[in-house]
Structure formats: C-alpha cells, structure tokens
Design a protein. Structure first.
Length: 194
C-alpha cells in the first residue's frame, strides 16, 4: 500500500532488528517503520542503535503492544511515533507524514494510557532502557531467553567472567536476586517475547 503513494518510496525491508540496522546503514532511509518485537535484536535496541549512528533518521514504531512499558521504551529509544498494527491504513499514512514533518505521533488510545498512568503515578523513567547499559540489556535478553553463561559469552564474543559480572550488575541495578526475577523483568519490559 505504501508503494502506491506518489510521495513515498519503499527502499528496503528487514526480517529482524539486526537486519534493520544493516539496511539503514546501507540505504539511509528518511523514515524507518520499526516493529517492537523482533528476533535477534528487538525494536528498542535496533531503534536506539540506528539513532545513535543516524540521528536525523525518523522512526515510527508499529506494534501489537499497547502496554505503556513498550511505548515508553520505544520513545526513550528515540522514536518519533508509535502506532498499533491494527490501525487503519489512513492512520499509518497520516502518522508517516506527521513524523516526516518533524512532529511526534501518538494515537489517542495510546495517549490515554499514558495520561491515566501519569495521573496514577505509574509512569516512571525506571525502565530497562534507562537503568541498564546497551550491553546489559543485551545480556538480560539472552538470560531471559534461557541461554547459559557459555552460550551468551559465545554469542557476544566476550568471556564468561564478563557475562557473570554483567549479570551481577544487572541484578544489583534491578534489585532482584534470581534469574526467574530477571526473566519476569525482561518480559514486562518488552526486552523479549519468550
């Protein structure tokens, strides 16, 4: 549908967050429509990585999750808008143009969640994105996916001792004492969908 728009051109697609980062490096698009829950690297990490390299790139998050944590994490990563996947095409088209005009886009149903959360005092900046370093978020995601210390060390090309150090730092920062609690936190924060 986007290719039918005269003023829009689809220049690439990606199947996971890592591919999205690589495609952006190669194609340098003006706008990225980013899924929040993706394999290999989730939308929060991919968006953060893209914007650290190309801060002028606009990112519009498209997700099936309306939970405030997902929305907050994406905005903390630097996205310019957030839409639910079940939105009408007209809203997607409007959001793209809104974001490309340099504005932030948040549909009324998502904005309502934020306003209610703010009134009740639920909105906090204490999210995985604000508390943990990018490497710690990466380690936490892999822990939550059930990977062993050796598997995490091999996949990140660092030592098992470093992984253990990251795990201890993560547990201290999040004030948790078990891998089960880490996994619950990762799920709640949208770092993994497992």
């Amino acid at each position: 549908m986007l290719e039918q728009e005269l003023d829009l051109e689809v220049v690439g697609e990606a199947g996971n967050g890592h591919e999205a980062v690589q495609q952006v490096k190669k194609l340098r698009p003006d706008l990225v429509i980013m899924d929040v829950a993706m394999p290999v690297m989730n939308g929060v990490e991919a968006s953060s990585h893209i914007l650290s390299i190309f801060p002028e790139t606009r990112i519009l998050a498209l997700s099936m999750y309306s939970d405030r944590r997902y929305v907050l994490n994406m905005f903390q990563a630097g996205v310019s808008g957030y839409l639910l996947k079940d939105c009408a095409y007209e809203e997607l088209s409007r959001a793209i143009r809104w974001v490309m005009a340099g504005k932030m886009y948040l549909p009324p149903d998502i904005a309502k969640i934020f306003i209610q959360g703010y009134k009740k005092g639920f909105i906090s900046s204490n999210t995985a994105f604000s508390l943990l370093t990018p490497r710690e978020r990466e380690v936490l995601k892999l822990i939550a996916e059930g990977k062993s210390t050796a598997e995490i060390a091999a996949s990140l090309s660092i030592s098992e001792k470093t992984i253990n150090s990251h795990r201890m730092n993560i547990m201290t920062k999040l004030e948790v004492s078990s891998v089960a609690e880490l996994t619950k936190f990762a799920l709640r924060e949208g770092l993994t969908s497992f």
